[in-house]
Write a protein that binds this ligand. Sequence first.
Ligand code: MSP
Length: 547
Amino acid sequence: MPTPDTFYVTTPIYYVNDKPHLGHVYTTMVADVVARYHRLRGDDTFFLTGVDEHAAKVSDKAAEHGLSPQEWADQNAAAFRGTFEKLEMTNNDFVRTSSDRHKEKVTEYVSALLKSGDVYEGEYTGWYDAGQEEYVPENKAKDNDYKSEVNGKPLVKKAEKNYFFKLEKYREDLLKFYDQRDEAGRPYVQPTARKNEIVNRIKEANDIPISRTGSGGWGIPVPGDDEQAIYVWIDALFNYLTYVDDDDRRKYWESGATHFIAKDILWFHAAIWPALQIALAKCDGYDWVWGEGVQQNQLVYSHSYWVSDSGEKMSKSLGNFLDPAAIDNYVEEFGLDALRYFLATRGPLGTTDSAFSPDLFVEVYNSDLANTFGNSCSRVSNMIGKYFEGATPETQGVASEISKQFGGQQPDLIVDTLGDLYSEDAAVLKMESLANRGVELIRVVDSFIEVTAPFKLAKDPDKMPEVGTILYNCAEALRIASVLLWPFIPDKCEAFWQRIGCGHYAEQLKDNGAGELEKWVQWGQLVPGTPIEKGEALFPRYQVEKK
Ligand code: MSP
């Protein structure tokens, strides 16, 4: 298993024109699982999420509601923050682009780019997608019949004096960077299926406007030109840097961020973002921005969409999203961990969209959580309660030796390679497989119980040492499975740890603390004699009729 490290993970910062929905919750939850995995392995981890405030649609919506853009942004930023807190996201900070910290830093970066000449004044005419706050190149606009690719609304022709960023100058640097990363076996854009499209677009990329007029004072002014506000996308991309650009946090930046986003905003992250970094690093005092760690490790993971049953992207403008109230209902009915587990393991992390299906939710809940983790923990602790007065029994040997006699599977042998496989899955962000390492181990415990049948052996007093050994091995495997599952279902795992005398794991992991994954997944750590509490069912089985 690799040694502990420094780790930085981010989500997009979300527009505050409206309240959060399932799509936003999803990306933040995936990043949270990854952040927790890194904390579990002892990495010094920084997880950043937040909101993007200076969009025209924010000030438009504010006007509709008779509020100032700041008031409207404050309300919705609070809704995002509140939703993420309620869902127990462990972000280490929360970005607000209207914060002084962010505004001051963005002003500094753009000043440096103006000074170096990579940002210059010019005139722009082009097609604008107001919903996406994005200029669309002529050929792409034409292909889509001059309509938005995302919401189908007509594009608007815009002509204005603008400041431009010399993207064209960085085409070669970007292509070289892509090649280097491919050669190193760690592509910058993942999954790699969308790479060709991006590379072709980079080859034809022209300079891009990075300011706009008429923002009514909502936005960060271009340094030295109060008529122009920095384009919201440039302002927003810089958040990944502004929030870690200080002496304490710069190490996170330098380790190379993992940026989780969805495919709608890939171009900005895949091309404009690294080009801005390369350009900024050429300015005085900023060479660290494009250091070795960044060049080697920074990556953009672009997932697909949650879609409605009819296959449309879930979005606020289409009004077909699961809103905070619907999300609350799931949490109330099944518990927060169940929602986390479902989203993180069955979501659109790959290249295909996922429909949010309530039936699948129940099926996954019952099969992976209630019938597996929940049931196995109850079964083992009940037997320990019944046969050993609730104290961890002595073990006369390991599971593999007992299994040999019964011809069953061997939890302890599986555990030997599990930690490494788990880390390999995490390194390539294979969430379903990562979670499955824990679930599979529990399934092995279940079949181990079936073949060894401790409940039958217990009828013969002479067989009690054997029963003790079997149950010790079951409890030990469940302990290890719960460590592996913690990033996905932290609350239930922590409740289980309390019951088996491992409450100190939770203590250690609290408040961004460092875990000891490598040590905790070693076999044989449960101490015989430790009380095992039965407690409530961790995941009560959900009766479908009840729905
Ligand atoms: N403000 C920009 C991002 C700037 S990042 C420097 C923005 N905001 S957004 O509010 O529109 O959020 C877009 C992101 O929300 C997506 O990239 C994705 O992470 C998440 N999702 C929004 N809808 C989604 C789905 N239907 N499905 C999955 N994720 C979705 O773009």
